[in-house]
Design a protein around this ligand. Sequence first.
Ligand code: AMP
Length: 170
Amino acid sequence: MNLKSLIREVPDFPKPGINFYDITTLLQDAAGLRAVIDDLGAAYKGKEIEIVVGIEARGFIFAPAVAYALHAGFVPVRKPKKLPAPTERVEYDLEYGTDILEIHKDAIRPGQKVLIVDDVLATGGTAKAVAHLVEKLGGNLVGLSFAIELDFLKGRDKLPGHKIDSLLHY
Ligand code: AMP
């Protein structure tokens, strides 16, 4: 199945110079959706993943489906002030300024086997921040799985020592 043919590339979105990889055209294709969910979890079948972590907002599309396929639980990482119970937070650098992400403190028990799933690995700033949250809670981060990796941004260099798999490379 040629998943790349289902990704729509939108030049100059959301601003000039950015080539945006639009996954909605993949999601709306029944066979494409099934293939991407199966493939994101494939390397972790039988690896006893207990928690799949997804990142607001596009990570919420893929991560719960992968969790279901792996018979694991799903944990959301959210933008600030969305989660109601006590949280752990991480502040990380963006191109301009900083951003904050939060996770419930009791979402992961120490030693639990965790997989992070997201749509795109770009600069790796977000993934690094989420990996930090998982490890702060004592989770055993087994790997990170992405639908798309933008190789030229070298995001994986921000995650040394971690297993990273991406289905499509640009
Ligand atoms: P980053 O922290 O730079 O790895 O990217 C964070 C998030 O931004 C990714 O998970 C994507 O949802 C989104 N993103 C960044 N660059 C692109 C792009 N060129 N096309 C689509 N989504 C992108």
